[in-house]
Write a protein that binds this ligand. Structure first.
Ligand code: CP
Length: 311
């Protein structure tokens, strides 16, 4: 399997075959991170630029680790250290970085569409590391990798995605990818956080968390975006938590093998209770662990590798 596009901008553009090929390639890279010397020469001599205009712990670090484990040279640029603070346009920043011949640009920005705009103007591949409320494709792919690792297959699985669906790039990327893989998706949250017409995408809508988790194999909790607390989407944190915080009590009718996920960062006690987050069903740190192998796979595939070749 070879990727059709030069870039990874969203799961909306990926085919099911591409998604499965990416996950299979990621599985083959997992072993590298278990070695004492965690390095393979696959991308030796290649240059990868991490261009992050928004805060990140997991995504930025795991892209950096992934590149280094493949022996690439990885350069990190953040908003505060780029010349955009001096008035340079984003596109000029991208043209100037391209003039230094990088092999891959990884872009995170708070404005939807920025990675797409950069990708359409430069020749080198671009990976979207999260753009506004639009897409976060690498998060969705590592989520699918984590689910598949625990369930062996994706088709037919029932998933609930819970929280601020309207503003979640993680939800959007997961919905596209999960539906393509034959999964059954329910979105759960207060009506103010679920976009009108959402069912047209092929998802079910519920407003009762306990009912939702009694019917699904996987529940993915989303971060309540604290920066939105003044937008009137929910009356107070206490009221939101009463209805939508995943607690042991709300899980009392759920299947015994339910998987509990969260992309992070977590607001402990607001969308997920501490004992659930750290309990036996939680695969939250597995998601973080899989992020490295998944990003290694994407770098490898975008820079010329095929899922069928030995790396
Ligand atoms: N899941 C995620 O994107 O986390 P960061 O914002 O820490 O990268």
């Amino acid at each position: 399997m070879n990727l059709v596009s030069k870039d990874i901008l969203g799961t909306e553009q990926l085919t099911r075959e591409e998604i499965e090929g990416i996950l299979d390639t990621a599985v083959s890279f997992k072993e590298v991170s278990t070695r004492q010397i965690k390095k393979v020469p696959t991308l030796r001599g290649r240059t990868i630029i991490n261009l992050f205009f928004e805060a990140s712990t997991r995504t930025r670090t795991s892209f950096e680790i992934a590149g280094k484990r493949l022996s690439a040279d990885v350069i990190n640029i953040s908003a505060s250290t780029s010349s955009t603070v001096k008035g340079e346009s984003l596109l000029d920043t991208a043209y100037n970085l391209e003039a230094m011949n990088p092999d891959l640009l990884i872009v995170r920005h708070s404005i939807s569409g920025v990675p797409h705009m950069i990708a359409s103007h430069i020749k080198c591949p671009v990976i979207n590391a999260g753009d506004g409320a639009h897409e976060h494709p690498t998060q969705a792919l590592l989520d699918l990798l984590t689910i598949r690792e625990h369930t062996k297959q994706l088709a037919g699985l029932k998933v609930a995605i819970v929280g601020d669906i309207a503003h979640s790039r993680v939800a959007r990327s997961n919905i596209h990818a999960m539906l393509k893989c034959g999964m059954d998706v329910t979105v759960v949250g207060p009506p103010t956080m679920i976009p009108v017409g959402m069912e047209c995408l092929g998802v079910r809508i519920l407003h009762d968390l306990e009912e939702a988790v009694s019917q699904v194999d996987v529940v993915m909790m989303l971060r309540i975006q604290l920066e939105r607390q003044n937008e009137g989407l929910f009356p107070s944190f206490r009221e939101y938590s009463n209805q939508f915080c995943l607690t042991v009590d709300k899980l009392k009718h759920s299947p015994k093998n339910i998987l509990i996920m969260h992309p992070g960062p977590v607001n402990r006690g607001i969308e997920i209770a501490l004992d659930v987050m750290e309990g036996p069903h939680s695969v939250i740190l597995d998601q973080v662990n899989n992020g490295v192998a998944l990003r290694m796979a994407l770098m490898y595939l975008l820079l010329g590798g095929s899922s069928e070749t030995d790396h």
